[in-house]
Design a protein around this ligand. Sequence first.
Ligand code: ADP
Ligand code: MG
Length: 796
Amino acid sequence: MDEEAAPKRGKNGPKFHCLPHSTQGSARMGTRKKVHTFVRVKPTDDFAHEMIKYGDDNKSIDIHLKKDTRRGVVNNQQTDWSFKLDGVLHNASQDLVYETVAKDVVAQALDGYNGTIMCYGQTGAGKTYTMTGTTENYKHRGILPRALQQVFRMIEERPTHAITVRVSYLEIYNESLFDLLSTLPYVGPSVTPMTIVENPQGVFIKGLSVHLTSQEEDAFSLLFEGETNRIIASHTMNKNSSRSHCIFTIYVEAHSRTLSDEKYITSKINLVDLAGSERLGKSGAIIALGDQKREHIPFRQCKLTHALKDSLGGNCNMVLLTNIYGEAAQLEETLSSLRFASRMKLVTTEPAINEKYDAERMVKNLEKELALLKQELAIHDSLANRTLVNYDPMDEIQIAEINSQVRRYLEGTLDEIDIINLRQIQEVFNQFRVVLSQQEQEVESALRRKYTLIDKNDFAAISAVQKAGLVDVDGHLVGEPDGQGFGLGVTPFSAKPGKKSKSKKTFKEQLSSSARKEGASSPVSGKELDVSTSKTQLTPSSKEGDVKDMTIRERETSSLEPLPSDSPKEELRPPRPSTPPPKPVAFEDFKNERGSEINRIFKDNKSILNERRKRASETTQRINAIKREMDVTKEALNFQKSLREKLGEYENKGLMIIDEEEFLLILKLKDLKKQYRTEYQDLRDLRAEIQYCQHLVDQCRHRLLTEFDIWYNESFFIPEDLQVALKPGGSIRPGMVPVSRIMSLGEDAQDKFSQLQQVVLPEGPDSVAFYNAKVKTEQKHNYLKTMMGLQQAHRK
Ligand code: ADP
Ligand code: MG
């Protein structure tokens, strides 16, 4: 079935209106509008009353073709059509046509909506008459002059706006663009090669003259000039005017006269006199617009649709006026034009205001608002009794003052920085950053004055320094004592050359003996180190360490066995002092007492570790030396080789003959490579040993400090009667005193002790007997188990 028009089958058949009436209300579409379609019938004395009939509402037109006139006796041909449009203009005056077709479109253009009015139809059907009208008779003037008149009239009615009007007149003939308002005399098509340009603002034709018109009269002159040019051009170029499209455009720009309004609107009204429809054929691009199934309109394929791209469909008001003949002879073409009109009726548009912003006005308005807010702020400050606060951007002097404040604050000579306003707070933070980065730079440059700093990630630099023998493989300076900084009285290995003899014992033997002494204990992270203890034990000079070491050694050698750590002998300890000794002093005692064994193991492991480190460093140096020698040898070898090549080579049965010197060099290199490999292997083993040994040392250190803490608390904080009660057969049930509690006694000992008494003896000392009686048997069992574990640990 034909989509465009509904056929009426037979004279008495029902009338089908195929156009989808449901979409006419356009409520579903929101702001969507359809293309308004009108039909204007050219007056004639020979009107085909039999064939063309108008509906009573003046909105529909029915066409009836006499059956036999064209197709002979074949009876199944379609003979009746009905077209529904927005209006049928029959015998309508130019005035009525304008009122019906153009008035609203032009009116809306002044509110910012683009509008397009097109006349479509067969040549001679009255397109030009409708659009331009006769230039001789004012009464018969067409849409163009009337539109200009309306625009200027509306401008007069809007004194609140400054509205400018510009016009252009474009002709498209054979896909070439011609400026009908060009001030240049017409000379030929190649003179003004205009191009169609698209930008975010829309489509415009580059090279087309656009003329500002401040009054009706000017606009009319331009229109007449255009019409004249059109006629002249058609004669001089032998153009068939029925083939050309003419687009007269009125550009409107409306600025509010209220200066604060930065918004302004622009719009254009395109008044299009199309080429004869019989020329366009069905392939015309305008037709593509009417194809509702078509998603893509090939705007660029033809100059007309391209030039009108932002004015066809889309966001503008669109009107199509179809001019038809009323004579029977033209009925075929009339039918085709009406079909096109009904198709175009289905095209929907979404008119939108073209709003723009005047940047200059916007800035001015913002400045105004800023000034107002500043005033507001000043009033606010004075009401809040704040002294005059300046909100302007800071100058150099103010910034320098803040910088000085920040510096004084960091030094401690300024207690606080007063908050004044947001800008000042931001500047304070800013200056903090400035000062901080300056200080960083100062520290770095101070370091650089004293040391040569190498980026740890700069492998090239590090290897260069290693090559030079300045640092060992671990990056320690050669000869640098134990970098751990945890001395505990142990002197650096360099000060104890005698210890070297120990290294005759294999590493594994030493390790296993240390490990045996250490016993199985879980490794603990170094973070748990008692800082106060370790700090005081830092040995800044090896001398002090030596002295301490001497005393330990003396004690070690003077007593035949290490001091026992089990309980009976502990009772031999001197009476407890009234105030506990400082931890560093107590630590020395501890190392000679209960901690002597673990301290000895710790020291052993440490010296093994240091010795391994030293060996690793020596090996590294040797490796580097070998490498250097290898390089030198290689170079010498290369020299010999090049010399040989220069002097000419001797060959004997395919064997190269080389002199003795070169031969010796080859041997040497081979030997060096072997050495290198061996040393490298050694270094790898040493590194593994160092890693393992380091782990043992860390474990021992932690153990030593933990044991010391227990010892310290037991010796100076847990009351002796409680200790008695804790012993096997004592009155306190194990578990009543959490071990952690005993161990953590230290910081605020007095407090903790009173707490302890509360926990252990909630009813005071009198309750001891009670508890004792109650839990006799199994407590003993549990206790023994716990204590044995503890004592084992002590012995290690
Ligand atoms: P088109 O531009 O479609 O080829 P024209 O506008 O040039 O046709 O019309 C052809 C002739 O018919 C012109 O002489 C014109 O004045 C005349 N004409 C067209 N329509 C009307 C009308 N509605 N009333 C009077 N004369 C008309
Ligand atoms: Mg014409």
